[in-house]
Design a binder for this molecule. Structure first.
Ligand SMILES: *[C@@H]1O[C@H](CO)[C@@H](O)[C@H](O)[C@H]1NC(C)=O
Ligand SMILES: *[C@@H]1O[C@H](CO)[C@@H](O)[C@H](O)[C@H]1NC(C)=O
Ligand SMILES: *[C@@H]1O[C@H](CO)[C@@H](O)[C@H](O)[C@H]1NC(C)=O
Ligand SMILES: *[C@@H]1O[C@H](CO)[C@@H](O)[C@H](O)[C@H]1NC(C)=O
Ligand SMILES: *[C@@H]1O[C@H](CO)[C@@H](O)[C@H](O)[C@H]1NC(C)=O
Ligand SMILES: *[C@@H]1O[C@H](CO)[C@@H](O)[C@H](O)[C@H]1NC(C)=O
Ligand SMILES: *[C@@H]1O[C@H](CO)[C@@H](O)[C@H](O)[C@H]1NC(C)=O
Ligand SMILES: *[C@@H]1O[C@H](CO)[C@@H](O)[C@H](O)[C@H]1NC(C)=O
Ligand SMILES: *[C@@H]1O[C@H](CO)[C@@H](O)[C@H](O)[C@H]1NC(C)=O
Ligand SMILES: *[C@@H]1O[C@H](CO)[C@@H](O)[C@H](O)[C@H]1NC(C)=O
Length: 340
């Protein structure tokens, strides 16, 4: 038996092959850096899942994403991982390459959001929703200029979630984070007027400020933001405001103002909200007549305008529009509560 290749050529081939492997696997197999690994291991006091074992590459751990070339941890997604701990502020500080941090649906009860979060200057997505943090939202969050999505919302009872903004921190956050696309603060105690700089968030797509105890008059310019798709201000009984004329080409899909003190009439330009799917104006202080143009919104699936002071309902006219072929209005109208 004779090998088809002389031994020297075999050696050569395998060496070439390993050089080839080195170049082509390098970008995806960068190992976790030692300092990153030890920061992760001390972040919650103990390992949050069994896959976090000191002897393995931390880039392979559950929920961890690394930069392929540097080995820095860029993503940590531990949503709903039964973590019952507090965050080690020092360890968080050394994870400064993080871009995505999702710790939602865990139990960080009785601990506050560490101020060192403000040092994560590359963070684009921060999600601490329903995670039991208490106390003041650190104003240092306003230093994370790259932030596009911030979710600190809580669907727990108000008494359980006690995150709050001390004045004027909410204004600073909104004033500094001009790149925000999504802002979810439902259930966070703001207890102050909605700040004017909100109007400067030109990229805003989703603004959710339900149950925040907002007071005073809401800046109407928000309704005219070009990119806004969802606006939820519901359950802020001391929040006043009027609906302005809606611009043509509005992208608004969800508008919820239920249980606020919004008043005045509904503008006839409601018909400009071509993409509106959900309209909730239940238990506000609206008056006047219901504009006919509401019947022309073909995407509308859910409509609740009950418990207001409207003088009449456009039943007949709307019904005629309905029989004109817009069946979605009929569907929405079946969903409509009749108490006006
Ligand atoms: C959390 O995970 C459990 C299963 O481990 C699941 O039943 C539950 O729906 C999840 N909750 C959320 C909010 O994702
Ligand atoms: C969380 O930890 C605290 C103390 O460390 C303990 O009292 C509590 O029962 C734990 N909660 C859960 C849901 O495990
Ligand atoms: C926090 O982590 C650092 C290392 O990053 C460690 O030296 C320190 O003891 C930890 N603190 C607590 C309270 O666990
Ligand atoms: C933040 O991102 C920039 C651009 O991608 C990068 O050059 C920089 O090293 C990152 N900073 C950290 C602390 O990773
Ligand atoms: C935050 O994470 C939860 C899952 O735990 C998810 O349901 C929610 O949509 C996320 N928030 C944002 C703004 O993506
Ligand atoms: C975590 O939050 C981010 C947004 O902050 C979201 O895109 C992602 O889907 C969430 N992860 C899970 C598992 O819900
Ligand atoms: C940005 O935040 C700082 C405090 O962190 C504040 O002093 C400053 O006024 C804020 N800028 C704006 C435009 O709100
Ligand atoms: C709501 O805000 C007002 C004005 O800041 C304050 O007086 C009131 O106590 C707050 N209510 C709750 C339930 O926090
Ligand atoms: C609602 O606004 C009116 C003024 O438009 C005011 O008189 C009333 O007290 C407000 N209601 C609440 C609950 O704040
Ligand atoms: C509705 O507005 C009137 C005055 O515009 C005010 O007197 C009344 O208290 C408001 N109703 C509610 C429920 O706030």
């Amino acid at each position: 038996m004779r090998s088809p290749f002389p031994p020297s050529s075999l050696f050569h081939v395998s060496r070439l092959f390993s050089i080839f492997l080195f170049f082509f696997s390098y970008p995806t197999s960068a190992q976790c850096l030692d300092d990153q690994k030890s920061s992760l291991l001390t972040l919650f006091g103990s390992a949050p899942t069994p896959s976090w074992t000191p002897r393995t590459d931390c880039c392979s751990w559950k929920g961890v994403t690394c930069d392929g070339s540097t080995g820095h941890v860029t993503g940590l997604n531990l949503a709903n991982s039964s973590i019952n701990a507090s965050i080690n502020s020092t360890s968080l500080l050394s994870l400064s390459s993080l871009r995505n941090l999702n710790l939602s649906h865990n139990s960080f009860f009785d601990s506050s959001i560490p101020t060192s979060i403000g040092a994560l200057s590359n963070l684009t997505h921060l999600n601490l929703s329903n995670s039991g943090f208490t106390g003041n939202v650190p104003v240092e969050i306003s230093r994370i200029k790259s932030l596009e999505s911030l979710d600190l919302s809580s669907s727990f009872l108000r008494s359980l979630s006690s995150l709050r903004f001390s004045s004027p921190d909410f204004e600073y956050v909104v004033g500094n984070l001009s790149g925000l696309r999504e802002l979810y603060l439902d259930g966070v105690d703001i207890s102050s007027p909605a700040p004017e700089p909100l109007v400067g968030l030109a990229n805003l797509r989703s603004l959710h400020l339900s149950s925040c105890n907002l007071t005073g008059a809401f800046p109407v310019e928000i309704f005219q933001l070009r990119n806004l798709k969802a606006l939820d201000l519901s359950n802020n009984p001391h929040l006043t405001g009027n609906l302005p004329e809606f611009p043509f080409g509005s992208r608004l899909q969800i508008l919820s103002l239920s249980s606020t003190n919004f008043s005045g009439g509904l503008p006839s330009s409601f018909g400009n909200l071509r993409h509106l799917q959900r309209l909730e104006l239940r238990a506000c202080n609206f008056s006047g007549t219901i504009p006919l143009s509401l019947g022309g919104i073909s995407q509308l699936l859910h409509l609740d305008i009950s418990y207001n002071s409207f003088s009449e309902f456009c039943e007949m006219e709307c019904f005629q529009i309905d029989s004109g072929g817009r069946s979605d209005w009929g569907r929405a109208k079946r969903d409509t509560k009749q108490h006006l």
